[in-house]
Write a protein that binds this ligand. Sequence first.
Ligand code: FCB
Length: 468
Amino acid sequence: MTDSALPQFPPGFLFGAATAAYQIEGAVQEGGRGPSIWDTYSRVPGKVARGESGDVACDHYHRYEEDVALLRELGVDTYRFSIAWPRVLPDGTGEINPEGLAFYDRLVDALHKAGIEPVATLYHWDLPQTLEDRGGWRVRSTAHHFAAYARVVADHLGDRVKRWITLNEPHCTAFVGHAVGRHAPGTREGTPALAVAQHLLLAHGLAAVELRASAAAHGREAEVGITLNPDRLLPATDSPEDAAAVDRAETLHNRVWLDPLLRGAYPDNEEATWGPMADGSYREPGDLSVIAQPLDFLGLNFYRPIQLRDAPLPEESARTAVDIGVAEVPIEGVRHTTMGWPVVPSSFTDLLVDLHRRYPELPPIHITENGSAEPDEPGPDGVVHDADRIDYLHDHLHALSDAIAAGVDVRGYFVWSLLDNFEWAYGYERRFGIISVDYDKLTRTPKDSYHWYRELLRSHRERRDANG
Ligand code: FCB
């Protein structure tokens, strides 16, 4: 690959790689960690493919030094990982587990030693089971417990971690977890799922306040953001019905988060989207001002566009929060990854440019996840020659640089993922890593995409240094 084929980015642009605690750490019963909803869910027969779980995962808990060495070799500026709430507070609240904090001390110290800036996500879906037993995200108190947990972590790690992501993809927690039922806790609910969304927004706002209060109390700096997965939603036809379907889906996928966070307002079409389900019983006066804390950055995960059409609603009594009268229509004529996701890089540019146009309030953006799951058969040399993943990354990075050229303020990009890992309900079969993991031996082998990304980062650094 010649240099000219590599996309170019502004000199201060940061490159990184991302992971999440439950997907890589393993050691679920070590170091005083309490159980999370994913430990429970993955033990329910039929929920996770082949009955797999994050029990061992990549054993990153014991092998983090090797993983940091791979990150250093890769040449990333920054690394996004998540902190497991039940490692720090095994019951979600109350007693702090020093051994849990000590693991993140070791990880963060190793990253600094390698010259890599840590970015910590406080919640990547592993709610302590004790809190789920008390109502989970359906109850308001969980938002307050989350803020208290954020404070504990910030007081402890804030001397070495400057950039915080409160929540990862609250859309998945609220709607994939509590309405589709494919993620923990795996229920199919209506109004309670909307309550979950409200409490996640509140949790973010309350935690943002705590993260900044901790920094102020210690005379430290802190940048606070949240990671969303706004979707690029396309109507299947140009009929008014499909246009209205996309409007409802915009609210379910995007506006439910972006409007309160960026504008301090709830979407104006909640009634049209959810009908009587959206009864507002889960809201209190003053919530919006807590939610709409200033954001230092917005984290954004992007994988694929979604095409939709108008569809009939189920009976009201059977209706969940994702039943909004839309159906997905497969996008034909493009390559699909092993997730079945269509590869349409231009939709990445379109999404960013469209968000920039619709939300003048947008803070700087960091792409906190982007990548692809591929078949990944190792060659005779034992190495995965993942040309499809390289194409995916290459084309999406070009699409990203097009968005920047069009005026969107994007400051960083994290590839998903550093390692093959536990891909939630799909278990270990879907591989997103730029490093392959042998799940029997727990050995790591960089794929061709790792070497490609490394070369991109090297040429970026060279240009940055040349620019002084
Ligand atoms: C995102 C998740 C991440 C990973 C990728 C493929 O929705 O944040 O943990 O599963 O999808």
